[in-house]
Design a protein around this ligand. Sequence first.
Ligand SMILES: C[S@@+](CC[C@H](N)C(=O)[O-])C[C@H]1O[C@@H](n2cnc3c(N)ncnc32)[C@H](O)[C@@H]1O
Length: 266
Amino acid sequence: MQEYFDGNRNLWNQWTKIHFNSDFYDVNSFINGKNTIDPFELDEVGPVSGKSLLHLQCHFGLTTLSWARLGAQVTGVDLAGEAIKTANDLAKQIKQPASFIESNVYDLPNKLDQQFDIVYTSFGVLNWLPDLTRWAKICFDYVKPGGVFYLAEYHPFTWVFDEKNPDQLEVGYDYFDQEVLIETIVGSYADPEAVIDQKESYEWAHPMGEVLTSLINAGFQLEFVHEFDFSNYKRYPFLVRNEKGMWVMPEGKARIPLMFSVRANK
Ligand SMILES: C[S@@+](CC[C@H](N)C(=O)[O-])C[C@H]1O[C@@H](n2cnc3c(N)ncnc32)[C@H](O)[C@@H]1O
C-alpha cells in the first residue's frame, strides 16, 4: 500500500505546481478575493464564522482559505508537501491565519490531537482512499460532540464511464470494483498538456452504499444525502452551463447524478 501512497504523493507534488499556474484554479482571482466554495456548499454547511474547521485533502488550500475568509479557524491537511508549502505561502500572501499539515489522512491521528466544529472534505477526495471504514472513523474522531461532518463529491456513478470517449458515456468500469485502479497519467485534469514524470495514479472506486455505510458505522447520524444533476466543472463535452454557473445535461438528454453531498452529525 505504501508504494501507492508514495506514487500518489509524487503525482500530487507535481500536479500542485501545474495547478498553481493553471486557468482551472485561477489563483489570481482567488488572491483578489474570489471564494472557491460552491454556493450550494455554503448553503449546506451554513455559517462558519468563529467555528473551527478541519479540511481533509485540502490540495494547495484555495478552498481552506476561502473558509478562513468567511471567518472559520481553519486547519488544512494534505498528503503532498508541495501543496502544503503552497497553501502556507498563499495564507501569508492574503494575510489569513491558517494552519496546514502535511500528512496522509490515515496518519493524521499521529500528528493532530484536536476536535473541530466542522470536518469538511470535497471534490476528488474519496478516490484516493483505499479504506473508507478507517477514513470515516478518523473523520468521526475529529468532530466535536455536537459538531458536523460535510462531504461534497463527484457521484460514484460517474466513475463507471470510460472518459476516453466522453461523448458517448460508455460503461467501461465496474461500479463495484474493490481492486486498486492503476491509471496511466497524461497531463492533469487542470492542464491536459502538462508534462508529468509520475506515470501512474492509484485510485479506488467506492459505491454510494459503501460511502454512506462507512459514515453510519463510524457513529455519524446522517442529516441528509443530496444527489445533484449538475457538476461544478465541464465533466463531459456535451454539458451546458445553467443560470447558476453549474454544468448540466442539455435539454432533452436524460439526467444522471453528477455530484452528491452528505451532512452528518455527531
Ligand atoms: C482533487 S484534490 C482535492 C482538491 C480540492 N477539491 C481542490 O480542487 O482543490 C485531492 C487531494 O487529495 C490529496 N490526497 C490524496 N491522497 C491523500 C491521502 N491519502 N491523504 C491526504 N491527502 C491525500 C492530494 O494530494 C490532493 O491534494
